[in-house]
Design a binder for this molecule. Structure first.
Ligand code: 9MR
Length: 488
């Protein structure tokens, strides 16, 4: 990680301690700041800072009303990303009318607790008020530049970094045809970066996206873009890997991918880490989550230029996951009662502290690296859904299984991974129309280049051949990009 120690910036720690004391019984239960998960001097922020790094979280305005959340946030984390409060729909809901009140509240909290702020986000296709999309094409550039200038100027000197452009890519690595691209073409990204730099020359300027954490078409596209921006002298300081992972599926190429970006002369930040699983959470998945979290932290620590890790929300009750991925949750380091989970202990250990009951970081990293295929999943919109039919033809020691998955959601899926469970004793020997890995147990089938897209209402089919030892039943528990599928 880059040598960016902020251990000296500590005036707010007394306030954090006061908040902890004020929160009383709830916090005693949460064992924050004391007890096995957070003995004095072993908070995530202390440990990260000792390594020249940081550990951040997202906070929303409503989170600030919870003494439990604010106490954990102030004690454990040293960077804050506003969950929604600096997005265009909040900050400029109608043309030229700016509202920085909610964002200012997050900044005040951060200042009071000696936390830095990752500004999020200036230009994004989502949470964009309709007036922008309704502008004639020849007025979009002026609107974008005015928005970027006004917001970055308002927060000048108060944010450490900006996610200047958020989620610009489609899964296949083409640029998303949003209002900005449609009006200005590829150049909107350089224009947004230059405009932000002019408004706040000291803020670190990032491009942020999901499904770019491992090597693949989408991260290749981000790599080419950053390389070209650097060659043109466009101000860009970093790339944010959102890192919304599915348990057991953290890409094994994460570290190599961080390395190739930092070799371009930009920083990398893990900006929105979470690791979802079916709920109620199984003990095995919680243990795998600890492995995954340690693997991510170790991957960042291993590369100079990976500046730090932020989790998306403080605890499971604050996470966006259950609202977006039906049947999934338990995605953060704190459980429903704000008790630190095994993932918390694993991160403490990875950061050089003393966790309790966590796997060793080296064992974690190698296990995950060797067993985690690089997913090509996309984050589906709310309302995503699917159904699956599976037909097995079996003989005494083998079978073929043909699977058809239908996208029952309202939007097209671009890049898919169908996860499922194979009955015990079944071992995949070959597959068609998909890559199937690993060969048994919890399996994922990922699209090939030609069948990445499934339109709304559309279907795609693939299949595999497997050996079996007596149980030739069909696979079960299908999820498409993390969304549970019905049969049919
Ligand atoms: O956490 C945010 C959630 O409250 C919003 O409903 C959602 C709407 O898009 O955005 C969430 O944050 C997103 C972030 O800004 C960008 N990356 C994906 C995050 C999760 O959706």
């Amino acid at each position: 990680m880059a040598a960016q120690s902020h251990a000296a910036r500590r005036p707010g720690r007394a306030l954090a301690a006061l908040a902890l004391a004020a929160a009383g019984g709830l916090l005693a239960a949460a064992t924050v700041g004391s007890g096995p998960a957070g003995a004095a001097g072993t908070t995530l922020r202390d440990l990260a800072e000792a390594k020249g790094s940081y550990f951040g979280t997202a906070l929303t305005q409503s989170n600030l009303n919870s003494s439990t959340i604010t106490a954990i946030a102030g004690a454990q984390f040293d960077v804050v990303t506003p969950g929604n409060e600096m997005k265009w729909d909040t900050t400029e809901p109608s043309a030229g009318n700016f509202n920085f009140g909610p964002g200012d509240q997050i900044v005040s909290f951060a200042k009071a607790h000696s936390m830095r702020v990752r500004g999020h986000t200036l230009v994004w296709h989502s949470q964009l008020p309709s007036w922008v999309g309704n502008l004639p094409a020849n007025q979009v550039q002026a609107a974008m530049e005015n928005h970027v200038t006004t917001e970055a100027t308002h927060y000048k000197g108060q944010v450490y970094s900006w996610d200047v452009v958020n989620e610009p890519f489609n899964e296949d690595g083409t640029l998303r045809a949003d209002a900005f691209y449609n009006a200005m073409g590829t150049g909107y990204i350089a224009d947004a970066l230059r405009t932000a730099h002019a408004a706040d020359p000291n803020a670190k300027l990032y491009l942020n996206d999901y499904n770019i954490e491992g090597l693949g078409a989408k991260s290749d596209a981000m790599y080419q873009l950053v390389s070209s921006l650097k060659q043109q002298g466009v101000p860009i300081d970093g790339v944010g890997f959102e890192s919304h992972f599915i348990v057991g599926q953290v890409p094994g190429s994460l570290k190599a991918n961080i390395q190739r970006f930092t070799a371009l002369g930009v920083n990398v930040a893990i900006t929105e880490l979470d690791d979802r699983m079916p709920v109620p959470a199984s003990a095995a998945n919680l243990a795998q989550q600890a492995t995954d979290y340690a693997y991510v932290v170790n991957s960042c620590l291993a590369v100079a230029g990976c500046v730090g890790v932020s989790q998306w929300g403080v605890g499971d009750p604050d996470s966006w996951i259950p609202d977006f991925f039906s049947g999934y949750g338990a995605a953060t380091m704190y459980d429903a009662n704000y008790q630190p989970k095994a993932a918390y202990n694993a991160v403490v250990t990875a950061l050089g502290g003393t966790g309790s009951g966590s796997p060793s970081p080296s064992a974690s990293a190698s296990a995950s690296a060797s067993s985690s295929p690089s997913p090509s999943t996309s984050v589906p919109p709310a309302g995503a859904g699917c159904k699956v039919s599976a037909q097995v033809s079996a003989w005494n020691t083998g079978l073929t299984e043909n699977i058809t998955v239908t996208n029952t959601g309202a939007s097209a899926v671009n890049g898919w991974r169908l996860a499922f469970t194979l009955p015990g004793g079944q071992t995949v020997t070959n597959a068609w129309n998909a890559t199937v890995s690993p060969a048994g147990g919890q399996v994922g089938a990922s699209n090939l280049a030609y069948n990445a897209a499934i339109p709304a209402g559309g279907s795609t089919s693939f299949g595999f051949q497997a050996d079996h030892t007596g149980n030739a039943a069909a696979a079960t528990g299908f999820t498409l990009n993390g969304v549970a599928c019905s049969a049919g």
